[in-house]
Write a protein that binds this ligand. Structure first.
Ligand code: AMP
Length: 417
């Protein structure tokens, strides 16, 4: 069974590759960040170097099943061509590219139009309300058309490669269903996917202990599933950032105007109990830098986290919290970091998150494996210039979070069983 591309010889083969070219464009439709295009290059160059040809498919933005010229992938064809240093042909209808695909010669590249111009890509019924009595029938029909759409794509090529980790948590036509039309020797994960899967396995399956997870960010609700799954795996669980205040309030703390979710206080107490039962060292913040208002220039003071005065809100981790966390992080052999421990977008409240980034980098230098993933923590390590000093920075926010929640990623499972 062929799971990865490295040992496969693409000579004379047409490869249809699901890439993530969902790049941001400015108002003049210029690419403002080409990280994702660059991220796909190792896989694409390997296939071309072997003597294969490329059919590239991706989504861009959320056209919701309708043609939207502002989200046309034609706009990025030149950027892809210069990254690959060769011409790129463009198929303006991704479902009618049979001839263009058939004519493709070794070394040539064909870019398909935005897959999400077709509702079949996402496979959700269009314009039918979930509560409607015909929803189930509409869903069934859409699944059938999704399968046909996926088969159309599959028929263009000899081999399917998925290198779009950012959409690996979706069962879309191009990310998972298309794989049904290739046998096990003709579907593979690209280099980027391989690295992401390996990074997830390094923390969730093969972690060296002590294993520490640092979970921050704004809301408990968005990270509860992550926390619950990690409780069975980690030795230390550091909870910081806005979500920490729900845990403090649930224990009777006075949190002033800090961010919190009252309805999740019972869940927070259950996490505290579960951590005790499982022998996990749960380390909450003990001190916070709070502000009079939610702004960078607000008046500040550092207080005990259980006694935040009325009219003040916790915005960053205090030094006593950072000292505790530094000790834990530096003693760790595996580290998973998701979410900032303060409002790091504001210079005056970025100190705590910057310190965490430094501790994780230092532990990595001392031999720990560190994975930074899921949304804003990636922006944080980039901001502090430490991205190359951690073991791996994930490219997929939602996909990484779902993997840490313990969910199977359909894009991976379609190929690697
Ligand atoms: P998330 O997307 O859940 O990882 O949350 C990231 C966001 O959490 C960032 O925009 C931070 O500014 C925010 N955040 C972190 N700590 C706090 C806090 N103490 N109060 C309000 N927002 C916070």
């Amino acid at each position: 069974m062929q799971q990865y591309i490295d040992s496969y010889d693409f000579a004379g083969k047409k490869a249809i590759v699901r890439v993530d070219f969902n790049v941001p464009l400015d108002e003049n439709f210029n690419i403002t960040d080409d990280t994702r295009i660059r991220g796909a290059m190792p896989t694409l160059k390997k296939i071309l170097k072997d003597g294969g040809s490329l059919i590239l498919m991706s989504h861009m933005g959320k056209p919701k099943g309708k043609i939207n010229p502002k989200l046309s992938l034609g706009q990025i064809a030149n950027a892809v061509a210069s990254a690959l240093a060769r011409p790129v042909k463009f198929a303006a209808d991704c479902a009618k590219a049979q001839k263009a695909a058939a004519d493709l010669q070794p070394g040539e590249v064909l870019l398909l139009e935005n897959l999400r111009f077709y509702p079949e890509e996402e496979g959700k019924p269009v314009d039918v309300d979930k509560d409607s009595p015909i929803y189930d029938e509409a869903k069934k029909r859409m699944k059938e058309s999704q399968a046909n759409f996926a088969k159309t794509l599959a028929d263009y090529a000899d081999v399917y490669v998925n290198d779009a980790f950012g959409t690996a948590h979706r069962r879309h036509a191009s990310t998972a269903v298309v794989a049904d039309y290739f046998d096990d020797d003709h579907k593979m994960l690209g280099y980027l996917m391989e690295k992401e899967v390996e990074a997830i396995d390094n923390v969730l399956k093969n972690a060296q202990h002590p294993f520490t997870a640092i979970i921050g960010g704004s809301k408990v609700s968005s990270k509860l599933a992550v926390i619950k799954n990690l409780l069975d795996k980690v030795d230390n669980l550091i909870i910081g950032g806005g979500m920490g205040f729900t845990f403090i309030k649930a224990q009777g703390g006075h949190i002033g105007e800090s961010l919190h979710e009252d309805d999740l206080m019972p869940e927070a107490l259950a996490v505290i109990e579960a951590a005790k039962e499982k022998g996990v060292n749960l380390s909450l913040s003990v001190e916070t830098v709070c502000a009079k208002e939610f702004s960078n220039d607000a008046e500040r003071q550092t207080v005990d986290i259980f006694n935040i005065p009325d009219g003040w809100e916790g915005m960053d981790a205090g030094q006593r919290s950072l000292d505790n966390w530094k000790e834990i992080i530096l003693a760790s052999k595996t580290i998973l970091w998701n979410g900032p421990v303060g409002v790091f977008e504001f210079e005056n409240f970025a100190h705590g998150t910057g310190e965490i980034a430094k501790y994780v980098a230092e532990a990595t230098k001392n031999g720990a494996y560190s994975l930074v993933g899921g949304g804003d923590s990636v922006a944080a390590v980039n901001k502090f210039g430490l991205a190359d000093q951690v073991s791996y920075v994930s490219t997929g926010g939602g996909a990484m979070l779902e993997a840490i929640e313990g969910k199977t990623l359909p894009g991976v499972a379609a190929i690697k069983h």
